[in-house]
Design a protein around this ligand. Structure first.
Ligand code: FES
Length: 164
């Protein structure tokens, strides 16, 4: 990171990350944990952050990026305050998840992977989250909403916008 001018907050964030890497790099199977911690610190995993982790852990950037791209848990772009994840697993799909996703897209004017201009919401799709009995299911950060119909969407979104 030597050629890039970092502000104090970023420097502090990289310092925190380096401490975590130092602590866990020798333990097998800790890459996902370290990436998760890095995302908690920075809010997302940009290419410079991935490349820093690659350098410090002696793991090729292609491997790091492969893991980051594979898991929907990780984001390579800054995300909104609230991440809406729409489950498109089989049980949710047969119960109308596609219509739920459409309703959210329409309500927020977003496509999957996008963030609202005010950085309040990011829309994602996800595989089964293990709550099939509640299908179709969405999560908004840690909140879970199930047995949804498209008409439920505006009031759910409103809960998160009303205190703006
Ligand atoms: S398929 Fe959606 S929770 Fe399992």
């Amino acid at each position: 990171m030597d050629n890039i001018t970092l502000d104090t907050k970023e420097m502090e964030s990289y310092k925190q990350l380096d401490e975590i890497i130092l602590k866990y790099k020798k333990t097998n199977g800790m890459l996902i944990y370290i990436l998760k911690k890095a995302q908690d610190i920075f809010g997302y995993l940009s290419i410079p952050i991935q490349s820093h982790i690659s350098e410090k852990m002696d793991i090729p950037i292609s491997t790091i990026n492969g893991v980051v791209s594979f898991y929907s848990l990780f984001s390579q772009e800054p995300t909104g305050k609230y991440t809406i994840s729409v489950c498109l697993g089989t049980a949710c799909y047969v119960k109308g998840a596609a219509d739920i996703l459409e309703a959210i897209k329409e309500e927020l004017g977003l496509d999957v992977g996008e963030t609202t201009p005010n950085h309040l919401f990011t829309l994602k799709s996800t595989r089964c989250i293990g709550a099939c009995g509640l299908a179709p299911v969405i999560t908004i950060n840690d909140d879970v909403y199930g047995r949804l119909s498209p008409s439920d969407i505006p009031s759910i979104i409103h809960k998160y916008t009303k205190n703006m």
